[in-house]
Write a protein that binds this ligand. Structure first.
Ligand code: TYC
Length: 101
């Protein structure tokens, strides 16, 4: 022990930042049917009927609603998949992402 210098015995403690989580945000529009929004939330975000209905209604009334938070990659993939599923049916429904503070 005596011939081991302080540097090697002192454990370096690098600051590792927790990766920021990203919100998936549901955006309201005037054309997508409510039932379709609920269906997308259930299939793409594994929500129950009740959860999906509440999120849909909040976006409908307030303009946007946070659906869930994920790591950046997962949030972006899910938002794209959900938006594409709506586009495939001809609806303008939009999911975006935003980093949490
Ligand atoms: N505003 C739509 C309607 O009245 C329903 C809707 C709700 C659309 C939420 C998008 O994110 C949305 N048919």
């Amino acid at each position: 022990m005596s011939n081991v210098d302080l540097q090697t015995r002192t454990k370096a403690k690098p600051k590792v930042e927790r990766p920021k989580l990203h919100k998936v945000i549901l955006v309201n529009d005037d054309y997508t049917p409510r039932e379709f929004v609920v269906r997308i939330l259930k299939t793409e975000f594994r929500m129950t009927e009740d959860q999906a209905y509440k999120v849909m209604l909040t976006a409908h009334q307030r303009g946007v609603c946070v659906v869930a938070v994920f790591t950046k990659d997962v949030a972006e993939t899910k938002a794209t998949r959900a938006t594409d599923a709506a586009r495939a049916k001809g609806y303008p429904l939009l999911f975006t992402t935003e980093p949490e503070e």
